[in-house]
Each structure stands twice: as structure tokens, then as C-alpha cells.
Design a binder for this molecule. Sequence first.
Ligand code: NDP
Length: 331
Amino acid sequence: MFKALLINKSDDTGYTCTLTDVDEACLPAGDVTVRVDWSTINYKDGLAITGKSPVVRSFPMVPGIDFAGTVTESGHPRWKAGDRVILNGFGVGETHWGGLAQVARVKGDWLVPLPDGMSPREAMATGTAGYTAMLCVMALHKHWAEAGVAPGSGEVLVTGAGGGVGSVAIALLAAQGHTVVASTGRMAEADYLRGLGAADVIDRASLSAAGKPLQKERWIGVVDSVGSHTLANACASTRYGGAVAACGLAQGMDLPASVAPFILRGVTLYGIDSVMAPPARREAAWTQLAKDLDRQKLAALTTETDLAGALEAAPRILAGQVRGRLVVNVN
Ligand code: NDP
């Protein structure tokens, strides 16, 4: 038996998520079994645990789109017992039992090795949110390299700054010498955001309402985890030839924008998906995270909880009340 969060849905009891003991015989099919050391709560886990959005597609379901752990059994050629691995996405925690549990069984093709120099706890403090932040930063870097834009030559906007993606994006960009402007609804957290490396902190209200199709050129790049009007305004105020990496929808899934920034200023909008990203890009992102992410800043943006605490945190992350990243000790 092992401990896990378990989501059920029925006409009698409705949508429930409880901390429970599960028999290993109930684990889903997969060629690698992992003893989970650490997991985490992302925005999507909040949706799954509360049932606020239909991200869970089959029941019962163990939530948790991320885990870091140690292989205990493997029928996959790449992995053997004792290997330390990370899993992010691939529908785990949505269509296949996930990481908010002490044991997981998955396809070996979904795993990446824990990078040298990174502990399992640090990997989950980073989690899908941090790995997605790195995918955004990598897209911007590639763009800037081709466009000949040097770090420090202009401001980079990070929206949803107090959240997981935003906090890690600030730390990564600032460490690379960029001038980062953090947009937040929590101005009381300005010192925290400056501590991560933000040069300036702005109120997200300045970006969250409908704006003009073209605005004063300000950003050489943007990491946006918010969507909706915020993303539209970010595009409208990106400098000629700049780039926007869009990964989230915390404000909304809509994009009430015009084509003006794209056709008049040559702005590029990159779509960032972490869930089905190919293995080579995942491993490149994790290797880069192990090198670039300042461990003290990672510690400063991380709070720890346990499986019971993960249940309680789910509605709070949806309400934008979780600061930075929440790592879950499942043992
Ligand atoms: P968090 O909840 O940690 O962060 C989201 C932040 O967005 C909040 O902290 C808040 O920041 C801001 N926010 C919340 N509500 C609003 C609102 N109504 N208007 C404007 N800003 C708002 O979530 P994550 O960082 O884990 O994820 C962020 C987004 O990215 C989510 O939408 C998530 O689904 C998406 N995502 C996408 C991935 C992909 O593969 N494309 C992977 C990972 C995440 P503040 O208080 O500072 O304003």
C-alpha cells in the first residue's frame, strides 16, 4: 500500500479528492515504476484537485503533473533500478495516474534524468512551472541571438510574476543580465520580486484591461503566463523585432488582440507547451536549469508542504494566493 491523493467522481458523492491508501496492484500500466521522493502543486494541479476545470479525463485519478523519484523496477531499455528521474506532463495527473503519491508507474519514454547537481527536491521546487519558464526563456534567447539583441539592451516583461512560472522566469532572466520588469497583482510582494532579480515592479492592472492595438514600444521580450488582455497589451508594447513567449491563461484563454504588432513591428509570438514537448527539448531545458537557476533564489521562492497540505493549497493556487512554488514532500 502507498499514500496518494485520489480523485473520484460519481453522481452520489460528486467530485472529491482525498488523501488515501492505495494498493500497488491498482497502479496503471507502464514499463517503469518509481518511488516518488518529491512532487509539487502547479496551477493545473489546482484545477485537477478542485475539479474547477475538466483537466482530469478518467476516474479514479491520482493528480500531480510532476514528480521526482527513484526507479524501483524497469522494463524500459533506458532506465534501471536506482536511476533518479523527473517526470513532467505527458497527461500524467490528467489521463494517467500522477505524482501526488508515494509510487508512480509510467512509460519510460516520458522520463528525463535528474540533472547532475540538482536534488530531487530542487527539481520539484522548479517543477513544470520552472521548466516552462525555461522553455520560454530558451525561445526568447534563440530569437534574440538571431536578432542580435544583447542582454541588458532593453527591458523584459514577466507577467504573473508572483506565481511559479513568473518567479522562476525572473530569476533566470536576471541571472543572464536582463533588465526584468515584473507585473503583479500583489504589489505587497514587490520586495520578494526584487529579491529574485526584478529591476522594476508594476501593477498588473496597467496591463489587464483592453488597450490600444499599438502602444509605446517598451519590451525586447515578454514571458507571459496570464493570457487575455495582458498578453494583447504585452504584444502591443513590445519593441520592433521583439518577441513574446506565451505559456499561460491565469487571466483568461482569450486573446483580444490585433495583428498590428506583428505586421507593423515584426513582433514574434511564440507558443510554449511543456506537456508534449519532445524529449530533447525537455532534457535541454533541465540541463540548463541545473546550470542557470540560482539555488538561493530557488529556495527563496519555494514553500514546502505535504500531501494533506497539497489538498488545502489547491484552491489557493487558483485564487493567485500561492507565492512562487510549492514543493510537496509525499513521504
Ligand atoms: P501560479 O498560480 O503559480 O501563477 C499564476 C499567476 O498569475 C498568479 O500568481 C498571479 O500572479 C497571476 N494571476 C492570477 N490570476 C490573474 C488574473 N486574473 N489576471 C492577471 N494575473 C493573474 O501558476 P503557474 O505559474 O503554475 O502557471 C501560470 C500559468 O501558466 C497557468 O495558466 C498555467 O496553466 C500555465 N502553464 C502552462 C504550461 C504550458 O505548458 N503551456 C505549463 C505550466 C503552466 P500575481 O499575483 O503576481 O499577479
